[in-house]
Design a protein around this ligand. Structure first.
Ligand code: 13P
Length: 253
């Protein structure tokens, strides 16, 4: 059976003190607890190389939280896929609702980033999801398919092969109000079927995540859903004890 995929998205949080704490604790706990899951840590980009260096013998992966679709040149403040590769990250989180909202990223821009992530052999973790109003208006599936369609349009039929897709309803992020396990399972099933249909390939391989107020209280019921391959944890991943507890719970399924 597939190991649960547990992703820690630190967002714009943490500092050297937290990074050092995680390094020390993970080095200590890895053998006993981490091996039963696929753990991906996504700290702010500048800490990735440092964390990797001090946890070098562990099979732990890292994700960048953003990338530019340009490879080099006069793009002040940006970071390319080459640079992300060079520091040893394997994944890039794309399309997070916080980047859509605060950094005005639209579906076209996200699709361009997705394209260059894939052709440079990094793995996109694509976040999609609807707002509370869209949910209330019955637009969830419409919004999700629009977010997916742009990727197909720019990246072609095989776009989603070997990628991760995270259903992150905006109303559930940072609110303590997670989507119910039944809703998560149903929505992930819809997304999965839609991607298979658009790919015209039933053998296509991709992995489905849920994100939005995942906690030690609800992870057990979420992770055991048929269509859930793993979770994307925001604030709950910043507290090491909490994070470890979630890894322990999910590996028992
Ligand atoms: P929270 O777990 O803080 O709700 O954040 C979820 C998220 O945005 C993960 O990418």
């Amino acid at each position: 059976m597939l190991k649960p995929i547990i992703i820690a998205n630190w967002k714009l949080n943490g500092n050297k003190v937290l990074v050092n704490k995680f390094i020390k604790k993970i080095n200590n706990d890895y053998e006993k607890y981490f091996k039963k899951s696929t753990v991906i840590i996504s700290p702010p980009m500048i800490y990735i190389e440092y964390m990797k260096k001090f946890m070098k013998n562990l099979k732990l992966s890292f994700a960048a939280q953003n990338v530019d679709y340009n490879y080099q040149g006069a793009f002040t403040g940006e970071i390319s896929t080459y640079m992300i590769q060079e520091i040893g990250a394997k994944y890039i989180i794309l399309g997070h609702s916080e980047r859509r909202k605060h950094h005005f990223e639209n579906n076209s821009l996200i699709a361009k980033k997705f394209y260059c992530t894939k052709i440079n052999n990094l793995i996109p973790i694509l976040c999609i999801g609807e707002t509370e109003n869209e949910k209330k208006s019955g637009l969830t599936e419409n919004i999700l398919t629009k977010q997916i369609d742009k990727i197909f349009l720019i990246c072609g039929k095989n776009a989603f092969h070997n990628t991760l897709i995270a259903y992150e309803p905006i109303w559930a992020i940072g609110t303590g109000n997670n989507a119910s396990p039944i809703l998560i399972n149903r929505t992930l099933k819809f997304i999965k079927n839609y991607i298979i249909f658009k790919s015209e390939n039933t053998d296509i391989k991709f992995y489905m995540q849920y994100g939005g107020s995942v906690s030690t209280e609800n992870i057990k019921d979420i992770i055991c859903q048929k269509n859930v391959d793993g979770v994307l944890i925001g604030s709950g991943s910043l507290n090491y004890k909490n994070f470890l507890e979630m890894i322990k719970i999910s590996s028992k399924n």
